[in-house]
Design a protein around this ligand. Structure first.
Ligand SMILES: CC(=O)N[C@H]1[C@@H](OP(=O)(O)OP(=O)(O)OC[C@H]2O[C@@H](n3ccc(=O)[nH]c3=O)[C@H](O)[C@@H]2O)O[C@H](CO)[C@@H](O)[C@@H]1O[C@H](C)C(=O)N[C@@H](C)C(=O)N[C@H](CCC(=O)O)C(=O)O
Ligand SMILES: Nc1ncnc2c1ncn2[C@@H]1O[C@H](COP(=O)(O)OP(=O)(O)OP(=O)(O)O)[C@@H](O)[C@H]1O
Length: 494
């Protein structure tokens, strides 16, 4: 493709060189530069991509895009822009022929519920034989192929490539999770969203956004990019702020909820230990819904999917069938072991709000104690300390006993993390035991459990590994539970 076409609609200053050159690819990592490629220098959080320009040129880059005044001796084309992350999104979209303009793109943002909503929506689409691509925490799904993503929302270059693969596979619809990081770092710039969905906003990622207001403003950016529908949870405090902001815009606004007045709402909700029944009301009529997951959060997540499917012209019957067809969601209140004495549940709750929701969902159906196994991954600094304290308070308040352990400590001091959680639990008079090794912590919870107790293992959900230092250790909680239970049962028989 000619560089001229690659930089179409990009605002730049031509520092030197020629735009009438053929370019073969784009890279934002010098290690991935190839002959005749374009290298985009990103000023990162860890290193500055401008320091790797010479390396990219040595590997054959023919054009370089910068946002800083850096000397480039080699005979290549150099363009200067205001923001290279934004430029990367623009040229990647051009390079892949603006794929999102050829598809129905649904973006979901919010602190919790994005992945679960995606599952419900996928099921509704598939009930009618309509395929839908997925990009999110579970990876990228194109038909029966699943690829792992480094981030929930990939960098723009990879993202546009994924969209282009979807259009090549004749996929007309895509639902993607849009993280606040992605919105702030321009990963989804130059993507054309038909629908935007806002689930909720509670404290998370404050190491990047500093305040809840900043975090909210990052999420709110998605709704300036949508063309057809904005769908918002009316029961969420920040959702209501967003609704006020979006009223009167050309993009149609649709609200959902249980408590506040909303366009799509649930009544007659009956909660059971393993499913929920309710009636959904829409401007096109009402119908019964069965969700095969317990608790109000899955009423909200299914309502979010219903509202989105409603905008996509699915019938109420198709919607009800699609929701009911979801039997469980990996790592979301997933019962990984059950016998007449014990129930062991794995959940991805890793924020204070989601941990509280998971514990209060289980509580009405637990005849015995709730034993919680959890750790906290949070960034360094004050926001990390606050998260550990807040999650400790939730554990002390809503669980009967907590086994404090490691989550994904990465390069942090695990003992420091656990000490801070323990201090928080003690401050709220909670009962606990601290066991650094997560497998030992799970084994301990199982060993102390009595008839009718429920064990909730929170934080890792669907993940199958643990990050300790820079090492990724295989860690499949469902399998570990079964192994430990198997050993325990064998010992009991001896
Ligand atoms: C804080 C954050 O978002 N960091 C992202 C950021 O990394 P960075 O700025 O530190 O990159 P860097 O290492 O400084 O490198 C800067 C540039 O130099 C380039 N480079 C580097 C080395 C070299 O030899 N040559 C070279 O060219 C790099 O390719 C890069 O372009 O840019 C990278 C490339 O796009 C991202 O992969 C990386 O995400 C990291 C892995 C991350 O953990 N991000 C998390 C916080 C995140 O984005 N999370 C959200 C939300 C998840 C959720 O809760 O749902 C997500 O969407 O995943
Ligand atoms: N609507 C909700 N409100 C509060 N908590 C929720 C809600 N839905 C799910 N959760 C909790 O959050 C956890 C993560 O859910 P889910 O994966 O659907 O959210 P997500 O937004 O994709 O999260 P992440 O961005 O961290 O991947 C669940 O395991 C559950 O504990």
């Amino acid at each position: 493709m000619l560089l001229n076409a690659v930089v179409k609609n990009l605002s730049y200053e031509l520092v030197k060189g020629d735009l009438h050159i053929e370019v073969s690819s784009i890279a934002c990592d010098s290690r991935e530069a190839v002959p005749h490629g374009v290298f985009v220098a990103i000023s990162g959080f860890t290193v500055d991509g401008h320091c790797f320009i010479d390396k990219a040129i040595a590997l054959g880059a023919a054009a370089v895009i910068v946002e800083k005044d850096v000397p480039v001796e080699a005979d290549v084309t150099v363009l200067k822009v205001a923001d290279t992350r934004e430029a990367l999104a623009c040229i990647a979209a051009n390079f892949y022929h603006r794929p999102t303009e050829q598809m129905n793109l649904i973006g979901i943002t919010g602190t919790n519920g994005k992945t679960s909503t995606t599952y419900f929506l996928k099921s509704i689409f598939e009930q009618t034989g309509t395929t839908i691509g997925i990009i999110g925490t579970i990876g990228t799904v194109i038909g029966d192929k699943v690829f792992k993503n480094k981030n929930t929302t990939p960098e723009s270059l990879q993202l546009q490539h994924i969209f282009s693969e979807m259009t090549k596979s004749h996929m007309k619809h895509c639902v993607m999770e849009v993280s606040s990081h992605a919105l702030n770092l321009n990963r989804v710039a130059h993507s054309s969203f038909n629908t935007g969905l806002f689930t909720n906003l509670t404290p998370d990622h404050l190491e990047l956004h500093n305040t809840m207001t900043e975090y909210f403003e990052a999420k709110a950016k998605l709704f300036d990019m949508t063309t057809d529908y904005n769908i918002v949870n009316a029961d969420d405090e920040y959702g209501r702020i967003l609704i006020d902001r979006l009223r009167g815009r050309e993009t149609k606004l649709l609200t959902y909820g249980i408590e506040e007045a909303a366009d799509i709402y649930a009544t007659d909700i009956d909660y059971f230990a393993d499913h929920t029944l309710y009636t959904v009301h829409t401007p096109r009529g009402s119908t019964m819904i069965k969700v095969n997951l317990p608790g109000a959060i899955y009423v909200y997540n299914s309502l979010a999917a219903i509202a989105t499917a409603y905008c996509n012209q699915f019938s109420l019957q198709q919607i009800a069938d699609g929701i009911e067809a979801v039997e469980s969601i990996k790592g979301r209140l997933e019962v990984v072991y059950q016998d007449e004495d014990t129930k062991i549940i794995v959940d991805f709750a890793h924020t204070e709000d989601s941990l509280e929701k998971a514990l209060t969902t289980i509580r009405p159906f637990a005849k015995g104690r709730i034993i919680l196994v959890f750790g906290v991954y949070a960034a360094d600094g004050e926001s990390g300390r606050e998260k550990r304290r807040a999650m400790a308070q939730v554990a002390a308040t809503y669980a009967d006993f907590a086994v404090v352990t490691s989550d994904n400590p990465k390069e942090q001091d695990n003992n420091m993390i656990i000490r801070e959680i323990v201090e928080g639990i003690e401050a709220h008079n909670g009962a606990y035991e601290a066991i650094v090794d997560r497998r030992d912590a799970i084994a301990f919870a199982i060993a102390i459990s009595r008839k009718d107790d429920v064990i909730l293992i929170a934080g890792k959900g669907h993940e199958t590994s643990q990050m300790i230092g820079k090492t990724e250790i295989p860690f499949n909680e469902a399998e570990i539970v079964r192994e430990i239970k198997g050993d325990k049962d064998k010992r009991a028989l001896r």
